[in-house]
Design a protein around this ligand. Sequence first.
Ligand code: ZN
Length: 318
Amino acid sequence: MTIEYVTSMKMKSIILLLLIYFAGMSEKSYSQEKLKYNDLNKAESAVINDKGTELPFTGKYTNYKGKGTYICKKCGASLYYSTDKFESDCGWPSFDNEIKGAVVRIPDADGIRTEIECANCGAHLGHVFIGEHLTAKNVRHCVNSISLEFVPAQLESGRYGTAIFAGGCFWGVEYYMQKAPGVLSVTSGYTGGSVKNPTYEEVCTGNTGHAEAVKIVYDPQKTSYDKLLRLFLEIHDPTQVGGQGPDIGDQYRSEIFYLNDEQKNIALNDLKLLKDKGFKIATIVTKASEFYPAETYHQDYYFKNGKTPYCHVYTKRF
Ligand SMILES: [Zn+2]
């Protein structure tokens, strides 16, 4: 072989590697596009994307007293609990505390105020004021109603849909499901086992029979069980047996917990579609049993800690 020939082979290898790299890059950006946020109308976008302010005393949550959680209109992340809401007479919903890690503070362009944004998606929420002595915490998050959506603690029966999926470490499944349009809340927890009120440490032994799972509450007018199920089957590997990614153990198994026959039929049908495409499916389909929410520090884990999932990635399968 001549030196020229070897050099040209090396160049070809480098070009090939670069092509593979860029092909991977485009696949990645395509995947991210798939996980888009909720669509916003003109008025919502004017506040949430363009940092506008709704007129005082016009928002639907200004004097609202329902018990539950206020979530981000754009991405669905949980932001404030109703227990931290107070009446400030300022004309906008006021909270003296946020859900830990859910809200970021940045200097406002006016050079005086402090703007608050959703930590997950950057949606403009309003401003935060300190030192007004309105409550013991001495803080007022002044939030535009239009940036929020309210999820009642006691869900009206029939108004919302529920889905329960297990696909490895619940932090990762929650991360992607939280971003899906039409999803109102995602709770990490344990289900499918034999011990009542299990702790994380007990589930980690793999002896309780529980799987790490997420319970999703969604708006059937904006999404469907089928759409969420297909997303679930594309953000974890439904062919892996006995674990997910680097997490090995029965508690990390892939399982769909159906709540009624309609969900069961959709699940069996979607898994058949994947089997017909040649996937060797490991996912099991089981009737849902008691779901135990996990400890508070597991909820919204990636949002609170500013990290991204280590074992879940979007891969198109349908
Ligand atoms: Zn958000």
